[in-house]
Design a binder for this molecule. Structure first.
Ligand SMILES: [Ca+2]
Length: 347
């Protein structure tokens, strides 16, 4: 089991770490062939999926009510998910889908908001960045033909100038016809701005996890879920797309959980309100300060949840409600979106 994780702090990307080469002569050729097959598959993927019509009589038609409850918060597969601890969450509403490009576009049209990936990089916050990473942009997953080990994530993650929510794969890409896809390449600040505009908030990690567990305090199966957009094959070079999608899927293509929530697991990672620390803080402890850097040379980080279309059994088994990762809060990525919550009376 590969323990390595997929987030890409600016500091690590700029370092361009390269580990010792593995012998991949035959394997590299084989993986190259499978990569081409995945690219052909991507050309026939759907541009939208049929969501059930919202209940117009519900107080918040595009949201679902998550009842209060207590559960074992966390998981035991990776160290940062521990310790598992009993946590109680009050009831709340949560978006039934990830925020779509169409919804985010409405926010931008109404407010003129400019996302962080479209603005100049804060040089004072990121001293020593190479010139290419000082340009506005985001991190983009690019499927390699072959890799030399899994330690150097710059083999498949690239900081791409001009990548942002309108151009999630870089300047040559766009979102025309992709309004039903989750918005990506947004930052914590962008997600917060959208949530505030809606009168909502970002979920805490515990709220998000309780919703992803469908308000059930049961132990989770750690196996790769068959009904979610993850990665089948050997990450990052062979993607058989048995689940129907090589890349991101439009929102709502897979069956919802028991609360009616779509894509809580897989598709895109989702930003939460919580500052990240490696491991759940002890009960009652103050959360880490989200303003000051948690580690030398990195920006403050937020917890992201749910895994993405890039999670595979051989790398990043984070297609579980209890899994978590850090993400630089001012850095967008092509596998990172969000959804919102609302604290309001239940139905
Ligand atoms: Ca997939």
């Amino acid at each position: 089991m590969q323990q390595a994780r997929t987030p890409m702090p600016r500091a690590l990307l700029s370092a361009g770490l390269t580990l010792a080469a593995a012998a991949l002569a035959y394997g590299g050729w084989l993986w190259f062939s499978q990569g081409l097959q995945a690219e052909r598959h991507a050309r026939v993927e759907r541009l939208h999926c049929d969501l059930p019509a919202p209940d117009a009589h519900a107080p918040h038609p595009a949201m679902r009510w998550v009842p209060a409850g207590s559960f074992d918060f966390g998981d035991t597969l990776y160290p940062e998910e521990q310790p598992v601890q009993k946590t109680t969450v009050a009831g709340f509403w949560i978006d039934r889908t990830e925020v779509s490009n169409e919804a985010f576009a409405a926010f931008v049209a109404a407010t003129g908001y400019v996302t962080q990936a479209e603005r100049a990089v804060d040089a004072a916050r990121h001293p020593g960045l190479p010139p290419a990473m000082r340009k506005p942009g985001a991190v983009v997953f690019v499927m390699p033909n072959a890799v030399q080990g899994q330690g150097d994530l710059t083999q498949w993650w690239r900081y791409t100038a001009g990548a942002n929510w309108r151009h999630p794969g870089g300047p040559a890409t766009g979102i025309d016809g992709r309004g039903a896809f989750p918005v990506v390449a947004v930052s914590y600040e962008d997600a917060q701005a959208y949530a505030r505009w809606k009168g909502h908030a970002l979920p805490s990690e515990a709220q998000w996890e309780w919703a992803a567990r469908a308000a059930q305090a049961t132990t989770q199966d750690p196996a790769q879920p068959p009904q979610a957009n993850t990665w089948q094959g050997l990450f990052p070079v062979a993607n058989s797309a048995d689940d129907g999608f090589v890349g991101i899927a439009p929102v709502g293509c897979y069956p919802p959980n028991a609360l009616g929530l779509f894509d809580m697991i897989g598709n895109v990672w989702e930003i939460t309100a919580d500052a990240y620390a490696p491991g759940h803080p002890p009960m009652g402890a103050a959360p880490p300060d989200p303003v000051s850097p948690l580690r030398a040379g990195t920006a403050a980080q937020r917890v992201i949840k749910g895994g993405s279309f890039l999670c595979a059994p051989n790398y990043c088994m984070r297609y579980r409600a209890g899994s978590r990762q850090p993400q630089d809060e001012d850095l967008g990525a092509s596998h990172l979106g969000f959804r919102t919550v609302l604290l309001a009376p239940g139905p």
